[in-house]
Design a binder for this molecule. Sequence first.
Ligand code: IFM
Length: 463
Amino acid sequence: MIDREELVVPPGFELGVSTAAFQIEGAVREDGRGPSTWDEFMAQKGRIADGSNASIAADHYHRYREDVRLMKELGVDSYRFSLGWPRIQPGGTGSPNKAGLAFYDKLLDELLAAGIKPMVTLFHWDMPEPLQHKGGWMTRDTAHRFADFALIAGEAFGDRVDKWVTINEPTTVTLNGYALGVHAPGATLMFDGLLAAHHQLLGHGLAVQALRSEGVKGGIGITNVHSPVHPAKDNFITRQYAEVFDLVHNRIYADPVLLGRYPKFPFLARKQFKALHDVDDADLQTIAQPIDFYGLNYYMPTRIAAGPPADDSTPDGGNAAGMRELPFHLAKWPEYPTTAFGWPIAPQFLTETLADYGTRYADRLPPVYITEGGASFRDALSPEGTIEDDDRISYLADHLAAAIAGAPGVDVRGYYVWTLMDNWEWAAGFAEKFGLIAVDPRTQDRSPKASYRWLQRVLRARG
Ligand code: IFM
């Protein structure tokens, strides 16, 4: 644990906040926006823990000016947000919706006027529904439609965006969305869902080519969420299961992008990885386009234990019904405190992750940005009506310090806090709060928490 008031952010180290369109914008039926796979998913009974939906979310679509002002007062260098694909291409194909483009145009101009550098994610999970109905990421054609979308975005915003992220967390989309069915589109294909991973990676490569062909001035990268995987017991079988989970969570995404190949799959798991065997070399060349940075989201480590889920299973995807089909499960880390989501708080695994990247990818690894990091807690109002989210400050201070310290062979350039304000946390609805700013669900009033004021002090101390 570091002294949070002593934390020094070195000059040139970029500090930002991160959000995603569907989690904050609301206005799902306004100005020609089309429905997305998440619109459909959240309307299905039993899918969202608190029964809520994101049709208003944090109403950022109407309050973006106030949100940019709050970011300016916070003093961040950069803002990472995503473009709502269905807002710009309501049907997923064809010419863009002018009103959709106009919203992001205004947002970009507002950010630049406030001196905040925009980092734009092209896909943060809200796929246009018509494409989902054709199979979504299980369909190869979606990768090409995504490249068309990248071209539209590059043409419209390429003069102002500082950094582009093609896809956010293909891991989560594949595992939660296509394998376990706890996220949209709710498919339970288990290992067959890995085809969705390949098509996202192909979409990434094609989108990089599209943005380059538009001559965008910003750097281009991809973001994955990395969780270092440890066996709960040091025996052969548990180590094998941990290796399989490391492959499906981490390596099948990073290796093709950075090394131009899929990792070697364990002989005993060849059947499970068949979707990724024998892929065309041309695809791998497309996926391994040179990139300017690698985006890494880090929240927690993963522990794998043999046997089906038992009492020591983690929440979220960890106790999805599909997990019961597997001979292993995600186990708890009782030695660490946890966030409200039940995620272990252990910043040393961010250091381990960085060190692993430095060793594994060495000179193939471009500069790294931690594009997300943060924690949900049950924030309570103090008698004075403020939110004193001490736990969040500790989490951020310790993880930020780990990112700044970095690891040998890794050029860590920045850290983006997840997230600016309380939002709609996918299948958890509004229950899980990660924000630096509280949002009153009835009035949409924004109230900065103690963590916001702490980060503001840290940023001001840079001079
Ligand atoms: O809210 C999500 C975000 O959309 C993607 N990364 C993890 C966050 C917390 O679960």
